[in-house]
Each structure stands twice: as structure tokens, then as C-alpha cells.
Design a protein around this ligand. Structure first.
Ligand SMILES: [Zn+2]
Length: 66
């Protein structure tokens, strides 16, 4: 399994980890334990309207630039 590919993790200065959906760019979950993010990623469903807007270039997220 490679959830990191679809949900890159951002490491915050306060010690928490964000999981970010690559499809809809939503922050799926924030946790002090990075391992806990996997459960949220499994349950995540993208908002189709949001995905559509991103595909049209209406939303951008500088956190996912790589
Ligand atoms: Zn999503």
C-alpha cells in the first residue's frame, strides 16, 4: 500500500502531522502520531465539487507544489 502517494504528509512545527488529499487538496486529518493518519485516509471521500474546481484551476494550494 502506498497511501503516502495519494496523501502527502506535512510536518508542522508544533509536532503534528497533516495528511493532505492530493485529489481535492483537503486536509484529511491532523495528528500527533503520523501513523494515525492512515485510518483517516482510508475513510476519506473527496468532495466532487471541490475536485472539479481544482481540475478547472479554480483552487490552488501552495502546500502541494511538489
Ligand atoms: Zn480528497
Amino acid at each position: 500500500m502506498s497511501s503516502q502517494e495519494n496523501f502527502p504528509h506535512r510536518h508542522n512545527s508544533n509536532g503534528t502531522h497533516d495528511s493532505i488529499c492530493r485529489m481535492c487538496l483537503a486536509t484529511v486529518a491532523t495528528s500527533f502520531r503520523e501513523a494515525d493518519l492512515a485510518g483517516f485516509e482510508l475513510r476519506h471521500l473527496c468532495d466532487p465539487v471541490r475536485v472539479y474546481r481544482i481540475s478547472q484551476g479554480w483552487l490552488t494550494n501552495p502546500a502541494i507544489s511538489s
